[in-house]
Design a protein around this ligand. Structure first.
Ligand code: MOS
Length: 766
């Protein structure tokens, strides 16, 4: 099959306006008469609120409103228990107790400092261990044991006890991962204004999931969902992060906008952004694995605690994803997995690219290497021996059938190892490391697989509208959101391919909750898969409409017509043809047709057994494999990544440039997660307050990256494409941990592998 538009590295559809600055971001928007809002945050990780005195703040000239929980017209508790404003109790230092709105930013700042709050400190639980200890203080009095509701997810396959009896060797290891901030370039922005033409409120800003924001704002304001209109602006990155904090900002500013009758704008500082936004969940994971002497794995048992923070609406979903992936891309007959989410009086966990996979893959792939070392076989051998192959059954009971669910992992491991010269370098580096030189070199391998889309996590629908205008321009709009990932470009390529027209005809409109039906959130690498399928369906409807009309005009049966290169032609008969440009005005002006079509993709629910966790968890999976080569100074602990070679199976490549960009970005973000980044709290107070403390990788840290793309044929996504937004972030940390072990013989089981941990080779006490 040859394609005209997809599979090509076309320019991003939104490249021009992004490069020239024509494209506006939330902070660029200003409305006449707007107020500037600032949240007053809690002073303590856990305290009773005795009183809030807003008088001094209100008296300040230029202050138009000071609002607290008492001003919330509807529900003060939103999804995940997040309070619009903490009322009787604060549960972490990011809780908002009040918000001020003033005529300038500086007055708002001053006014916020004048809000007087009296507290009585309460005992706080700050770690997973403290939260689970007998008699621990409770973060929420109705959440016994500090367990987050609906977060216990499990997987049961085979008989794990019998499995361990068959094992020649059993390893037990505990791994930990940190809370980590997304570090998007653009901090959160929301602007709420009274709807100019009707009752209701309109919200703009850096919003990842406009429909869930709309629903929560409606709840908080006691409005109907249809009375809240959310238009997400351009986003300077999100990675799962612009969600809960934006929900709170939207509710607070919307209340104030309706109260004052003026637009209210809130732009977070970087410090506020790190304080109030979600983090990748911190994990404590206990693993037990059993294998035979030859390296065949017979049993795996793991118990994983995920730190949720003070409020949480994502662990219930992220833990489910983790339960499906907790045995890794391996054939293991006996598996027992349990995950639990835990409340603490700290910053909270949420969605961050990978959505539990980066944590689980770090643990699994470290463990796999530890097992290989114990058995005296190579990291490559143990993976080749146990990795999923065509015909295998996943822990979920799903069978990997070629053509339906491919499983090219073995091939990918072999190719990545041969391309990186894995076997030879392992020997060469080991030999070189035996001397006194402080700088050691190492090479490490890691593998992964990833369920595509939301699967059993939720309804995986998406909507699209494609409209051909009189002049032949084609406008597309999706309910899914562009955050910088390139989704709109993929959608445009899919529509142009399907309609047989040039990519240059396509324009896009921003998502708007009052215009586009709610098709769910933009998450789970589903922009191209679910969103692209909706585009494909809409474009196919239009194509059929065009061909039928062309058939009438040309006096031939429409089934024999094809559109290619903007010409509608009867197969093999040049005379029977009409151009796209001629056909469009005739359809619209002469025949009164609508050339607007809606596409709705609905893969249907997935049935899962709650007792075992088994069932068709995801319609398909994608695969990844990476080799990292590192250099580590054993005197200073400094670790540099020299090179990463990685392969990914992704169905079909819609735009190779964007796909590689996404995968490289993911590998780099994953490297930062692995060796540098940490969002630390001390006694419940955030100490990583800004980028200088967060330690994001910069261009100087970026290794050489070599990416191999595997295409497979199956009919899951549009033209076979699956989602690649997240898998890139998964492999760096474990591949680097394994390379570090190869270089130094030190196993670091806690992220990040910073200087101290690299030097000591074990977890430091916090
Ligand atoms: Mo994402 S981490 O599925 O928003």
């Amino acid at each position: 099959m040859s394609y005209k538009v997809i599979t090509r590295p076309l320019k991003r559809i939104d490249a021009r306006e992004k490069v020239t600055g024509e494209a506006k971001f939330g902070a660029d928007l200003n409305f006449s008469g707007q107020l500037y809002a600032k949240t007053v945050y809690s002073r303590y990780p856990h305290a009773r609120v005795l009183s809030i005195n807003t008088e001094k703040a209100e008296a300040l000239h230029g202050v138009e409103a000071v609002i607290t929980a008492a001003d919330v017209p509807g529900e003060n508790e939103l999804f995940g228990r997040f309070p619009v404003f903490a009322e009787k109790e604060v549960k972490y230092t990011g809780d908002g107790v009040a918000m001020v709105a003033a005529t300038s930013k500086s007055i708002a700042e001053k006014a916020a400092s004048l809000v007087e709050v009296e507290y009585e400190e309460l005992p706080a639980v700050l770690t997973i261990e403290e939260a689970l200890a007998h008699g621990a203080a409770l973060v929420h009095t109705d959440a016994p044991g500090n367990f987050i509701e609906n977060t216990h997810h499990l997987m049961r396959a085979g008989d794990v006890e019998r499995g361990f009896e068959e094992a020649d060797i059993i390893l037990e290891k505990t791994y930990r991962t940190q809370f980590v901030e997304h570090g998007y370039i653009e901090p959160e922005v929301v602007i709420a204004l009274p709807e100019p033409y009707r009752r209701g409120v309109e919200i703009h800003g850096s919003i990842q999931n406009p429909y869930s924001i709309r629903e929560n704002v409606a709840r908080a304001l006691n409005l109907r969902i249809s009375e809240v209109r959310v238009i997400p602006g351009n986003l300077g990155g999100s990675f799962g992060g612009k969600d809960e904090s934006v929900m709170l900002m939207a509710a607070r500013t919307a209340i104030t906008a309706l109260k004052t009758g003026r637009p209210v704008k809130m732009v977070l500082t970087r410090e506020e952004s790190i304080l109030e936004s979600a983090k990748r969940h911190s994990y404590k994971a206990k693993y037990k694995i059993g294998a035979r002497k030859g390296g065949t794995i017979v049993a795996l048992e793991n118990t994983i605690y995920t730190q949720g923070g003070a409020y949480n609406n994502k662990a219930r979903f992220a833990n489910w994803r983790a339960s499906v992936h907790a045995a890794g891309p391996y054939r293991i007959p006996n598996v027992k997995t349990d995950l639990y989410g835990v409340y603490t009086n700290t910053i909270y966990g949420g969605a961050f690219r990978g959505f539990s996979a980066p944590q689980v893959v770090f643990c699994n792939e470290s463990l796999m290497d530890e097992l290989a070392a114990e058995l005296g076989i190579s990291p490559k051998e143990i993976r080749l021996k146990n990795c999923l192959k065509p015909g295998d059954e996943l822990v979920t009971g799903q069978v990997l059938r070629p053509g339906k669910i491919p499983a090219p992992l073995k091939q990918m491991i072999e190719e990545v190892c041969s391309r990186s010269d894995f076997d030879r370098k392992r020997e060469e580096f080991s030999a070189g490391n035996s001397g006194d030189e402080p700088v050691k070199r190492g090479i490490g391998l890691a593998c992964t697989f990833r369920g595509t889309g939301l699967g059993g996590e939720g309804i995986d629908t998406a909507g699209a509208t494609v409209t051909i205008e009189k002049d032949g321009s084609v406008n597309i709009v999706s309910n899914l959101n562009e955050m910088g990932q390139g989704m709109r470009t993929a959608h445009a390529q899919i529509v142009a391919e399907t309609l047989g027209i040039s990519y240059g005809r396509i324009t896009f409109s921003p998502t708007d909750t009052s215009v586009v039906p709610d098709g769910g959130p933009t998450v789970a690498s589903r922009g191209t898969l679910a969103g692209g399928n909706a585009m494909l369906i809409a474009a196919q409807k239009l194509k059929e409409r065009l061909l039928m009309e062309a058939g009438k005009i040309l006096n031939c049966s429409w089934e024999g017509l094809v559109i290619e290169d903007e010409i509608i032609q009867y197969r093999g008969k040049e005379k029977l043809s009409i151009t796209f440009d001629e056909l469009i005005p005739r359809c619209i002006m002469e025949r009164g047709l609508t050339l607007s079509a809606q596409g709705w993709y609905n893969p249907g629910p997935e049935e899962l057994d709650p007792e075992t966790g088994r069932g068709n968890a995801y319609p398909s999976y994608i695969y990844g494999c990476a080799v990292a080569e590192i250099r580590v100074n054993t005197l200073t602990g400094k670790l540099d990544v020299d090179r990463i070679t990685a392969a990914y199976e992704l169905g079909r490549v819609i735009n190779p440039q964007i796909v590689k960009g996404q995968l490289m970005g993911g590998l780099i973000q994953g490297m930062g997660y692995g060796i540098m980044e940490d969002t630390e709290t001390k006694e419940g107070y955030l100490i990583t307050r800004n980028f200088d403390e967060l330690m994001l990788p910069t261009s100087l840290d970026i290794p050489e990256i070599d990416i191999i793309l595997y295409e497979t044929d199956q009919n899951i996504g549009p033209y076979g494409a699956k989602g690649i937004g997240e898998i890139g972030v998964e492999l760096s940390a474990p591949a680097i941990a394994n390379a570090l072990f190869h270089a130094t013989g030190r196993r670091v089981r806690e992220l990040p592998m910073n200087l101290e941990r690299v030097l000591l080779g074990r977890a430091l006490k916090r």
